[in-house]
Design a protein around this ligand. Structure first.
Ligand SMILES: [Fe+2]
Ligand SMILES: [Fe+2]
Length: 144
């Protein structure tokens, strides 16, 4: 198995059809894939150096996610979206998960980077499909 496999990035099925949000989602997946470049082998348990590199990527990812969640929640407020509270909860949970993962890495848990990357990828993919897409539909209905 190669360490530089072609990771699954953004997919057309993720489109919520609000250009600013789609662009941010795209960037998020690009950032996620920089994890593959941060360590020599995604499948090997991280050593200290690798853990530091992944913690740095997670820092970036967390900052970006926070910016993105603020943007998204702004669109939701604009139409008094009834799903806003649930979205906020899930956004916070995501940030908490990133911080928890960084903590585990700091404490020297030697997991392979692919495990972190896949966890974040699947979590955010599910969030887009189950929560962001339905919001996009409602927004379009109201805003045309
Ligand atoms: Fe969201
Ligand atoms: Fe989103």
């Amino acid at each position: 198995m190669t360490s530089r496999l072609n990771l699954t990035g953004f997919s057309e099925e993720y489109l919520v059809h609000i250009p600013e949000i789609d662009e941010q989602h795209r960037t998020f997946f690009t950032l996620l894939d920089t994890m593959g470049k941060a360590v020599p082998d995604l499948y090997k348990p991280l050593d200290d150096e690798g853990a530091d590199a992944i913690i740095d990527v997670l820092d970036e990812l967390r900052d970006y996610a926070m910016l993105h969640f603020r943007t998204e929640e702004g669109y939701m407020q604009e139409i008094n979206y009834p799903g806003l509270a649930k979205q906020k909860r899930e956004h916070n949970r995501f940030i908490t998960d990133v911080i928890r993962m960084q903590g585990e890495l700091l404490n020297g848990s030697a997991m392979p980077a692919i495990k972190i990357r896949n966890f974040m990828h699947d979590r955010y993919r599910d969030h887009i499909l189950n929560l962001d897409k339905p919001f996009g539909k409602t927004y379009k209905k109201i805003k045309g």
